[in-house]
Design a protein. Structure first.
Ligand SMILES: Cc1ncc(COP(=O)(O)O)c(C=O)c1O
Length: 488
């Protein structure tokens, strides 16, 4: 029976709140695990149990509150417990949980595709260059796998059988499944599985903090890197190169590194010149994180394919998407007629409904508009908080996607000894101080270098940004001082 009166609604709201509180208490009572059968990421670590979330905060089973300054891995763009999203999920579940995409389409999937295509900026290009079709999957790695396979199938259907070679960049991350890991230039994550990864040519990342030479301008640096890419294309053989992959703003591996001016324009020109498919990976930096809904918007170039994930479902559902140009879709539609790929949960209606609700909230509450200003405030606060630290080499980023690179010596940019695992120590210390951040080691080459990545919810308040800077500075200073780098 549906309850329609306002009074009944308020009553049921109160009893639902009581029920939720009761369930949380019960869960908390149960949630002290002396023995675990869960295969954790790190078998030697003890993890607190996350029980509830609320805006920018997560709460564990002991009632400790953590300010979530990274959204896990840049996932929770709307913060935790956004009721509009859970309501959309519930409504979709009540209507339809699942219908296999080899039999049916669904309204949530159609709506999501329409919304993404309508909002994707268009910068012109060859006929059919506009992003026009959306293939919906459940994770960033799956979106990359789909991109790799679609690129190859398109080449075959164009009669370019010899195009088998992919070029990507060192110190990039495109996912952990074997195809996505082969494309990734993250040396540390590739190390154990090298024998299983198909060969990919990796060129230099666009990483000004360490790549820019003394006296070199940013645009000369961009030109140098584009020249290196062209030389690699010529070495491999221009008619053998299938695709070039790049993150518009490099996330996990380098720590929020945007390209220098002119770099992506140069890359686009090379791809046009040699008939190479340009695949931009916005799994981490997309969906408003950098101050525009799509990160490529700030590079003013048109990708042929684009991957998005994390902020798309904002943690409420696992969802990712591969967006492709009309020309690419038409190649398949007018050729064999079918993309030789698919998985059980492609276009899952509940995940799509959640993503549509995320886009709705972002639009209704105009969440992307203030991201650039909030990002500037966060960077200013961080720079101020670190002004006495001699261990912070660089504070960089775009919008609410910020990286802090740590050094043992600011002048020479010498990294810390990797054996100290400064990044891991900072993560631990920050958690003790009630802050969640996303530190990573191997920033420079997979072994050396440490950075901390921040990606707070787009809904974060100024007061919370201040608290992030304060707690992170405390964590970094305590750890780096104990490693021998003085705070003035
Ligand atoms: C740029 C980028 N691409 C792909 C992936 C893989 O996404 P997932 O972990 O959802 O498979 C990630 C994950 O961090 C990423 O940052």
């Amino acid at each position: 029976m549906r309850v329609s009166s306002k009074k009944a609604g308020a009553r049921s709201g109160r009893s639902r709140a009581r029920l939720v509180a009761y369930r949380i208490k019960k869960a908390a009572d149960r949630a002290i695990f002396s023995v675990t059968h869960l295969f954790h990421r790190d078998s030697l670590s003890d993890y607190p149990v996350a029980l509830t979330g609320d805006g920018a905060w997560l709460v564990d089973q002991q009632g400790r509150r953590y300010l979530d300054a990274c959204g896990g891995a840049a996932v929770s763009g709307l913060g935790h417990a956004a009721s509009a999203i859970s309501q959309a999920i519930r409504e979709q579940l009540d209507r339809l949980a699942y219908a296999h995409t080899s039999f049916f389409s669904s309204f949530p999937a159609e709506t999501l595709a329409e919304r993404l295509v309508a909002q994707a900026p268009y910068f012109g290009g060859l006929p059919g260059a506009r992003l026009d079709r959306v293939f919906i999957v459940s994770s960033g790695s799956e979106a990359i796998e789909a991109a790799i396979k679609l690129a190859r199938q398109v080449a075959l259907e164009r009669g370019h059988h010899q195009r088998t070679q992919i070029i990507a960049r060192r110190q990039s991350y495109h996912g952990n499944t074997l195809g996505a890991l082969a494309v990734s230039g993250n040396a540390a994550r590739r190390k154990l599985f090298g024998e299983f990864l198909f060969p990919v040519q990796h060129v230099s990342p666009c990483y000004a903090y360490r790549g820019l030479q003394p006296g070199e301008t940013a645009s000369a640096y961009s030109e140098r890197l584009v020249k290196e890419l062209e030389e690699t294309i010529l070495e491999v053989g221009p008619d053998r190169v299938l695709a070039f992959f790049a993150e518009p703003v490099v996330g996990a591996t380098l720590g929020a590194v945007a390209a220098t001016e002119g770099y992506f324009q140069g890359v686009r020109q090379l791809c046009d010149r040699y008939g190479i498919i340009l695949i931009l990976d916005e799994v981490m930096c997309g969906m408003g994180r950098t101050g525009t809904l799509f990160a490529y918007e700030q590079e003013h170039i048109q990708p042929d394919m684009l991957t998005i994930a994390k902020g798309l479902g904002a943690g409420y559902q696992p969802i990712a998407a591969l967006m492709v140009s009309k020309e690419i879709h038409d190649t398949i539609a007018k050729g064999s007629g079918a993309f030789q790929h698919g998985q059980t949960y492609v276009g899952h209606p509940v995940a799509c409904a959640a993503a549509v609700a995320v886009l709705d909230v972002m639009q209704r509450e105009q969440l992307v508009v203030p991201v650039a200003a909030k990002g500037t405030l966060l960077m200013d606060l961080l720079k101020k908080a670190f002004s006495n630290s001699r261990a912070v080499g660089d504070v960089r980023g775009r919008g609410l996607f910020v990286g802090i690179e740590l050094v043992a010596d600011q002048e020479s940019k010498t990294p810390f000894n990797p054996q100290l695992r400064i990044h891991a120590q900072i993560k631990k210390k920050a958690m003790e101080l009630g802050l969640l951040c996303y530190p990573m080691g191997g920033t420079i080459d997979g072994s050396f270098g440490d950075h901390v990545l921040l990606a707070p919810p787009l809904t974060i308040s100024d007061a919370e940004l201040e608290l992030i800077a304060e707690r992170l500075a405390a964590a970094i200073c305590q750890v780096t001082e104990s490693a021998g780098v003085r705070t003035l």
